[in-house]
Write a protein that binds this ligand. Structure first.
Ligand SMILES: Cc1cc2nc3c(=O)[nH]c(=O)nc-3n(C[C@H](O)[C@H](O)[C@H](O)COP(=O)(O)OP(=O)(O)OC[C@H]3O[C@@H](n4cnc5c(N)ncnc54)[C@H](O)[C@@H]3O)c2cc1C
Length: 399
């Protein structure tokens, strides 16, 4: 096949999901092409949490070690109301090779995945925007890509939309994206902090003013995420300090430096289908949710590993019916993640008597080891069915 005009799998989007899929396909020797409309990778840190299940999946692809070297290992997650710990979740007892959450900026995760793709001889064709596609009588897809040199066509057996929340492929396929937007904005900042916060813990503060998450990052930085009714487009160090004063620990927290900040709107939505004929959706194209709990990119990377393993099984001569299992396997996981993060986001912002009841309930439940273990398994995504991986294609293919 001429890889640029005729391939087996056309992957649209070179975010963490498209790159994971490319890596899985490259590892299995499946011909594929990855395109992205952006001329260069995004330089922003965005998703910063990588959970245990995702590390297991990335380990199968040979990249978990490099990622762990470049991140911060954090074994605890605490829910707090100011200085009072309501629930502490310890990941150390989890049945996994990675009993912790890894804090690492998304641009680093993407660079590690991209290097691994390149090491296998793969590349991303950049500056190429998918603007349309047709499905031929033979069931193959011909996509139209606009780029600096004009429009080109690529024909593929399968087209995967890893093209993010505003997925053009989802829209062209007529797949509904059901849900709504949160009324508040989310503020995100990477900062240098002087604080008494533990260095090995992600802190989620509940507050009637809105939630705030403070988590350690490499190079002594911290990630701050907060819901805000009316936030400036690029919050500055004073804005972040004010949020921490209002909602964080009572002890003084000084924001010494602000590396990067952003404000964004968050939706909770789930695609009605993950497949329509030869078209598949993965990652944010299929599901978006509140960043509480840091699940978004994790769920997407696992979608990509699962779908890539199914496509590899079919390319190796397996039953194409295995592709039907993708939606059945991955959509219910995203459904649970959307509702869990929605509950967390709403619970975080209760006030008055409702907040007191919530705190009492959490403290009571938090004293029960089985509850803490279940919470650790859910947050780490180990509670959900294992995505299909290189290690498990035939087991899944025959189920
Ligand atoms: C400001 C911000 C902060 C976030 N913070 C967190 C967080 O704290 N925790 C968390 O878990 N998640 C967070 N997220 C979400 C997280 O970044 C996503 O879950 C993750 O990036 C999804 O990866 P993806 O590969 O599915 O999509 P994306 O990363 O969105 O990648 C999609 C790619 O597709 C390309 N593309 C789009 N349309 C086309 C087209 N028509 N043709 C060609 N290419 C196209 C884009 O250029 C892009 O490179 C945040 C997102 C944002 C925007």
């Amino acid at each position: 096949m001429d890889a640029v005009s005729n391939t087996s799998v056309l992957v649209v989007g070179a975010g963490p999901v498209g790159l994971t899929l490319a890596l899985r396909l490259a590892a299995a020797g499946v011909p594929h092409l990855v395109v992205d409309r952006a001329a260069a990778p995004a330089r922003f840190s965005r998703a910063a949490v990588v959970h245990a299940r995702t590390l297991e999946v990335l380990d199968d692809l040979g990249v978990a070690g490099t990622l762990v070297e470049r991140g911060v290992v954090v074994p605890n997650f605490a829910v707090r109301d100011r200085d009072r710990t309501l629930l502490r979740i310890d990941f150390r007892g989890l049945p996994t090779r990675f009993p912790y959450t890894l804090m690492v900026p998304q641009d680093v995760t993407e660079a590690v995945l991209h290097d691994a793709v390149a090491a296998r001889g793969g590349a991303v064709l950049r500056g190429q925007e998918l603007v349309g596609y047709e499905i031929g009588a033979d069931g193959r897809v011909t996509a139209r890509l606009d780029g600096p040199a004009g429009t080109r066509s690529v024909t593929a057996d399968y087209l995967v939309g890893a093209d993010g929340m505003h997925s053009r492929i989802r829209e062209l396929a007529g797949i509904e994206f059901t849900g709504s937007a949160y009324p508040q904005s989310f503020v995100l900042a990477d900062v240098a902090l002087d604080s008494g916060l533990p260095p090995d813990e992600v802190e989620l503060f509940f507050s009637p003013h809105g939630l705030v998450v403070v988590a350690p990052l490499p190079q002594g930085r911290h990630r701050v995420v907060a819901t805000v009714d009316d936030a400036p487009e690029y919050p500055d160090a004073d804005d972040i300090a004010a949020l921490l004063d209002e909602r964080g620990p009572h002890s003084a927290t000084v924001v010494r430096d602000l590396v990067w900040s952003s404000r964004f709107r968050v939706h909770h939505r789930l695609a009605q289908h993950y497949r329509r004929g030869p078209i598949f959706l993965a990652g944010d194209a299929a599901h978006v949710h509140s960043p509480a709990g840091g699940q978004g990119m994790n769920t997407g990377i696992q979608d990509a590993a699962d779908l890539g393993s199914r496509l590899a099984a079919v390319a190796a001569g397996g039953d194409p019916g295995v592709l039907d299992g993708y939606e059945a396997s991955r959509r219910p996981v995203a459904g649970q993640v959307v509702s869990m993060t929605d509950r967390m986001t709403r619970a975080a912002t209760l006030s008055g008597p409702a907040a007191q009841i919530r705190n009492l309930a959490l403290r009571g439940l938090g004293m029960l080891p089985p509850v803490r273990r279940a919470a650790a398994r859910t947050l780490s995504e180990l509670a959900y069915p294992t995505p299909m991986t290189a290690a498990s294609p035939l087991a899944e293919a025959s189920s």
